[in-house]
Write a protein that binds this ligand. Structure first.
Ligand code: UT7
Length: 333
């Protein structure tokens, strides 16, 4: 890869987890499941659920306040806002616009990206290129999800898997060469959206008495098929981005995968031949929080001292679409 005179670094991180917890035992009172099944099949122990008043923009605002503070910047320094979400506050306007107002930011451009669980990596790559080529210096990026609003609480095959959260990062352009985000690889295959989708509520099937009666406003998933494709896509994306920078899996200090299932993350480690201690896992506490999972995980990995200056870090994700991606970071000092 060519030498660059400036870099895009993750300058500040923040996360927000709603207070209310829902344990596996709590779920066993609602659907025919058990703590034992959920833990052994997924690795999830508990998850957090947003209150009625707490929307993705509210959770994103909280995470962003922390990220801006940790970056040592003021709100007036932020000149771009992009939100990754598959559970927007409203069909329109964007959650980014609502968040911009709640944060009290200037009238900077604000937009959402919809790429489900890969959303945060789609945002990172888009914003990386905007910061490189555009007039922007400091961008606020957020992954915020209220998955609980999409779940069919009568369907044990999906409702036990997800949780609510938000994570945020401030990305800044700096004059140091070859640090921070080195590059990303993204992909999508839209040939079979039904593998993981919400059938109604969009223009193709607006809400009606019939769509409600058929319970079409909930997330539906072929879990086994997603599992199979996820491991393959994440391994391939990781190898692609490492190859681009002449690196090998053993050069990576920390892999931060999308947190969907501990067995998916373990399989990824096995195929890449990366020891388990290099794979960051916090799924046990939060479940799958879709686009929030990676920013929440980097925030925690960084806080726990799992990432050091000079470390190569891989972020890797997959999700509905299908979409996938991997980002390579050389952590700045
Ligand atoms: O971010 C992307 C989002 N999605 C994912 O990442 C999901 C990827 N897939 C997975 O994580 C796994 O496929 C699941 C956790 C969803 C399911 O695990 P699995 O090992 O693939 O189980 P399965 O779907 O093959 O189901 C095994 C059995 C079934 O019973 P039968 O047909 O063998 O009698 C299910 O009905 O487990 C049953 N089952 C449950 N039992 C207790 C399914 N859900 C539950 C449950 N509690 N919650």
């Amino acid at each position: 890869m060519s030498m660059q005179s400036s870099s895009i670094i993750i300058r500040g991180l923040g996360s927000y987890i709603p207070k209310k917890q829902l344990s596996n035992d709590d779920l066993a009172k609602i659907v025919d499941t058990s703590d034992e099944w959920i833990q052994t099949r997924t690795g999830i122990k508990t998850r957090h659920i947003a209150s009625m008043e707490e929307n993705p923009s509210d959770m994103g605002t909280q995470a962003a306040e922390t990220a801006i503070k940790n970056a040592g910047l003021n709100k007036k320094d932020i000149d771009l806002l992009v939100v990754a979400t598959m559970t927007p506050d409203l069909p329109f306007p964007s959650t980014a616009c609502i968040t911009q107002a709640k944060l009290g930011l200037r009238t900077i451009p604000a937009f959402d990206i919809s790429a489900a669980c890969s959303g945060f990596l789609y945002v990172l790559d888009t914003v990386y290129h905007l910061l490189r080529s555009g007039p922007y210096k400091n961008a606020l990026v957020i992954g915020a999800e209220k998955m609980s609003s999409t779940l069919d609480w009568q369907d044990r095959t999906t409702c036990v898997l997800f949780g609510d959260a938000a994570g945020a990062a401030v990305l800044s352009k700096v004059d140091t060469p070859n640090v921070g985000i080195l590059g990303s690889t993204l992909g999508a295959d839209g040939t079979d959206p039904s593998i993981l989708h919400m059938p109604a509520g969009g223009a193709a099937c607006p809400a009606s008495a019939e769509s409600i009666e058929k319970r079409q406003h909930y997330l539906r998933m072929n879990g086994r098929e997603v599992f199979r494709l996820a491991v393959r896509a994440m391994e391939q994306a990781t190898r692609t981005i490492l190859d681009q920078f002449d690196l090998k899996p053993e050069d990576i200090a920390c892999i931060i995968p999308h947190q969907a299932n501990v067995r998916i993350m373990q399989s990824l480690g096995k195929y890449l031949q990366v020891p388990e201690e290099k794979i960051f896992i916090n799924l046990n506490k939060y479940g799958n929080t879709s686009a929030a999972s990676i920013p929440v995980a980097i925030t925690e990995a960084h806080k726990q001292g799992r990432i050091h200056p000079g470390d190569y870090v891989i972020l890797v994700a997959f999700g509905a679409g299908l979409t996938w991606g991997a980002t390579l970071i050389k952590w700045h000092s």
